[in-house]
Every structure is written in C-alpha cells, then in structure tokens.
Design a binder for this molecule. Sequence first.
Ligand SMILES: Nc1ncnc2c1ncn2[C@@H]1O[C@H](COP(=O)(O)OP(=O)(O)OP(=O)(O)O)[C@@H](O)[C@H]1O
Length: 366
Amino acid sequence: MVSREQVMEALRTILDPELRRSIVDLDMVKDVRIQDTRVEVDVLLTVAGCPLHREIESSVKARVGQLPGVEEVHVTLGEMTPEQRQALVNRLSGRRQARSSILDPASNTQIIGISSGKGGVGKSTVTANLAVALARLGHRVGVIDADIYGFSIPRILGLKGRPMVIEGALAPQTAHGVQAISMGSLVDEETAVIWRGPMLMKALEQFLKDVLWGDLDYLLLDMPPGTGDIAISMYQLIPQSYLLLVTTPQPVASVVARRVAKMAEKTNQTVVGVIENMAYFICPHCGHTEEIFGRGGGQQIAEALGVPLLARLPLDRSLRESGDEGQPLAALKDDRIGQAFLEAARALHERLAEVEPTGVPYVRVP
Ligand SMILES: Nc1ncnc2c1ncn2[C@@H]1O[C@H](COP(=O)(O)OP(=O)(O)OP(=O)(O)O)[C@@H](O)[C@H]1O
C-alpha cells in the first residue's frame, strides 16, 4: 500500500499556479487519507472559487495517481480560514511581520533601479532580460515595473491575468523564474494611467511594501526615463538602492543619461554601472558588424562616472520580437543574445558583490 510520505512527496512537486510554490509548503494540503488503493486528498484554496482550482485538482490526481499501488484519487477542495491566509501571507513575505520586508534595513535584498536618460533606449527590455538571466543563474529575483504609466514589463515577460490578492496584499506574478508586479497587470493595457506626483509615489510605495515578495536576492525596478516624480520617489523611499544606467551608443544619449547620474549623485545613490544597448548590429546575411547608432556612448559615461561598462548588447530584430511575444531571449538556452544577457547578469552580480550603497537605509516611521 502507498504510504502517506510517498503521497506527500508527490504533492510537494505540485506548485500553486499563481504563487509558484509547493502546495505542501504553502500548507494547502489539509489532510491525506489512504484506504488500500484509494487516496483522498483535502486541499485548501487560498480564496474560494480560485479560478485555477481545476489545475490544482488535476495535478493532484495526476501526480498521486502515478504512484505505485494507487488506483483512485479523490480530491476535496476547501477554503483557507482568515487565520490560515494570514499565516500564509506572513510566510510568503519572508518574515513574521507581513509588510515592509523589502525595505527593512535588515533585508538582504539588493534593489537596483534601471534608469535611462531618455525613452526608447531599451531599458524595459534590458530589465526583463537581465532579471530572467539573474534567475537562470540561481538568484531569487523580483521586478517592479516602476514605469507606472508607460508599463511594458507584462508584455515583455508575458505576464497573464491579474495578481492574486491575499489578505489585502498582492502576490507577485511569476514568469520565466522571475516574480513581477506591474500597473499593467492591474489596469487594462489601454487605460491611460494619468497619475501625478503623490499618487505615483503611493503606487511605488505599495509595490515595495504591500507585495508578498518573500526573500529576494535582487529586486529590479524598471524606472521611467529621466528624472521625474518616480525617480525622486525612489530615492526618497529606498536611498540604499543602486542605479544601473542604460544608454544607446550615441555620445548625445550618454550626455542625457548623465543627467540621471547627476541626480543620483545629489541624492547619494550609488550608480553601479552602465549597459550600452543597441551597441552594434550584425548583418544576418553577411555577418558584417555595423555600429548603427554610433559608438562610445556607454564607455564615455562609464568613464565619466568611474563605473564599469557592464555589457554591450546588440541591436537585433529577435530581441524586439521576443519582447512583443512575451518570450524573453534570456530564457532561451542556446540563444546568442540570451548568452549576452547571462554575461551581463554575471557582471552585475559580481559588481554588486563589491560595492556598498552610499545612501541611508530606509527607516520606517511608525
Ligand atoms: N537591442 C535591441 N534590439 C532590437 N530592438 C530593441 C533592443 N532593445 C530594445 N528594443 C526594442 O525597442 C523598443 C523600445 O524598447 P523598450 O520598451 O525596452 O525601451 P524603454 O527604454 O524601456 O522605453 P520607454 O522609456 O518608452 O519605456 C521595443 O520595441 C524593444 O523591443
């Protein structure tokens, strides 16, 4: 006869489709009963009528049904009590206090704002792919789409549906091994988010504080271009964060990117490095390399700031297409550009191991 341990081991391999964690670790398995070849499993859903309950039910039937000696699997779905949900929230947030763990000075999460002087240089593309690459290297990674009214992270990462709300806190969505939250997943794609200063600050604050990030190694923030309200909010909320500049190779682009760096200097934020995007184009027909947008911009700004140029990424049609399809190239095993992002992620990881943030850690006002 199959043992309870065998059933629990099989159940442990099943992930909650939204929270991406084992249903056993989430305490969603309430009871297991075994009668000869029949196994009964009681599963507690986080919310009643969870739209993905069928997926959980069929996974339980399939996994347990495969065990030797099992002929019949019966699943009963129930709902967590408020106390059980609160315990789950606390577990997901990575500490006993449900909120603010990311901003807690004791948190080990390194927060990196990805910024650019102007729009359209590929900041969101770089953020999403870098996040996926860091996750592929084994790090726990979150992404905040801080480009609140120009969000593009859901499209690039291929996030579907809306984030789950558990006890008033948002569970980040997961794609390609990365946890992410974006205004784009909370409002319709066409909805113009016409918020101004204080509301933007509130939104960013909520993304930092009211999202169940758990324990992350890296939290990347896709910043809106330039030095607007969100950039200022970020410095105020998380002065201990780092800044990574994305620029195109034109010398003029680097002049604009320098404005962001100047602002970081004023607020004492640490710039960790520069990534030059659209640095060159390799002709797919003849292999000739063309520097379409000029050269040297990334190196120039890196030298001016005394920080490393962490990567030079090519201009490539497949990178644009993959962003439109929600299939980041960094997720692909043998892709040339995916490899370039892995290299960039390694360089960033190594760089972050050697720098110290200059800003003052966030202190929560009770
Ligand atoms: N290296 C690249 N090669 C080809 N296309 C790219 C590359 N980087 C970005 N793109 C494309 O350029 C467009 C702008 O990129 P993206 O949205 O990432 O830029 P952004 O700097 O975040 O823009 P915004 O400031 O408007 O949010 C997108 O269509 C993207 O797919």
